[in-house]
Design a protein around this ligand. Structure first.
Ligand SMILES: Cc1ncc(C[n+]2csc(CCOP(=O)(O)OP(=O)(O)O)c2C)c(N)n1
Ligand code: SF4
Ligand SMILES: [Mg+2]
Length: 342
């Protein structure tokens, strides 16, 4: 669990003070001298505050409530509510800091999640969540970076970015709310819509893409699937994705209750298989065979590669200050180089 320690300098100084023989005290040691009680006449008056706030030790972990923001405007029953709740739970469980977390949303009903979670958010262009998230991570790799959007956003207009991000393997968790339709634009067929029975008038005529197989075939280092009807399972899968030190795909079957009358909660309850404890996700070929055997309808962590070295670790030297913290004035040399090509 990552624990944020506030005032680390003060903590270090405090530690230095107590090294060596430790005197026996009758009351717990405080890092500042105890103030004498005020004279009787002054009782009730405001006492001076302890001066050493900066010297206090804090073990600070954000609560679930701190991850909440605006009230979602999704239709009642939309599967995206469960994704939001699971992500909030998973972030709380990892001890992530809302002030150091960025969620880059896609465009669609699902992409609005960026405004519903209590951390930094970015709502940009349709299909471009992953390049933006990669840029955020490279600019400051101390951040926890999550990208989230829909099946249209990620596997349609954004498919090229999806495949290239999988093979680049930045330390990002990518959650796709896969409802098999373009929800925001009123239910047209998406890249994952089944050809028959179709959820749009006239039906979808193309064969669907298989996101998990695409990710596994492109070298994905963490590939998982979850369902909005099972929040406990989804939160655990997302938490594992957040802890994975590379690109983690979590595809979520997240029913659109307004426009998709085929891929409903009941449909998934009847057709989904959950991986058991005996499934070890360390074999890419086994993962591909498992997804194919269940025709995509399988939930759990299918593949996880240990020891992966993410894009940010490959590109940036250990100890380099984040680009976001660098003195841009000192980098003026770039302007001279660019001027040569102007
Ligand atoms: C470049 C561009 N093309 C098309 C659109 C219109 N558009 C907005 S959302 C969307 C589809 C969203 O579907 P999906 O990503 O599955 O999200 P959902 O609404 O289902 O959660 C489309 C086509 C757009 N905003 N920008
Ligand atoms: S239209 Fe569908 S995806 Fe969009 S909020 Fe409503 S139920 Fe959710
Ligand atoms: Mg969709």
């Amino acid at each position: 669990m990552r624990i944020r320690l506030e005032a680390p300098d003060a903590l270090g100084a405090d530690r230095a003070e107590v090294s060596g023989p430790v005197p026996v005290r009758r009351r717990p040691a405080t890092p500042w001298p105890r103030r004498p009680d005020p004279p009787r006449a002054d009782r009730g008056a405001a006492r001076p505050r302890a001066p050493a706030k900066r010297a206090r030790r804090w073990l600070r972990i954000a609560t679930l409530a701190e991850w909440r923001a605006q009230r979602p405007t999704w239709c009642p029953g939309c599967g995206d509510f469960a994704v939001l709740a699971s992500l909030q739970r998973a972030l709380t469980a990892t001890g992530a800091d809302p002030a150091s977390t960025v969620l880059v949303g896609g465009i669609g009903c699902s992409g609005k999640i960026a405004g519903y979670i209590g951390c930094y958010g970015f709502h940009g262009l349709h299909g471009r969540a992953l390049p933006v998230a990669t840029g955020v991570k490279l600019a400051n790799r101390g951040l926890t970076v999550v990208a989230a959007g829909g099946d249209g956003d990620g596997y349609g207009i954004g498919l090229g970015h999806f495949l290239h991000t999988v093979r680049r393997d930045p330390d990002i968790t990518y959650i796709v709310m896969d409802n098999h339709v373009y929800g925001l634009t009123k239910g047209q067929a998406s890249p994952t819509t089944d050809p028959a029975p179709a959820s749009t008038p006239g039906g979808a005529h193309d064969r669907p893409v298989h996101p998990l197989l695409l990710a596994l075939a492109s070298g994905g280092t963490f590939v998982a699937q979850a369902f909005s009807g099972n929040v406990n399972h989804m939160a655990a899968v997302i938490e594992r994705g957040l802890r994975h030190p590379g690109f983690a795909l979590v595809n979520v079957f997240s029913p659109c209750v307004t426009y998709n009358r085929v891929n409903t909660y009941e449909f998934y309850r009847d057709h989904l298989t959950y991986l058991g404890d005996d499934y070890v996700p360390d074999d890419r070929e086994r993962a591909i065979a498992t997804v194919a055997r269940y025709n995509d309808l399988v939930c759990g962590v299918l593949y996880e590669e240990h020891g992966t070295v993410s894009l940010d670790r490959r590109l940036l030297a250990e100890g380099d200050p984040p680009i976001a913290a660098q003195d841009l004035a000192a980098a003026r040399g770039w302007e001279r180089i660019l001027d040569r090509y102007a």
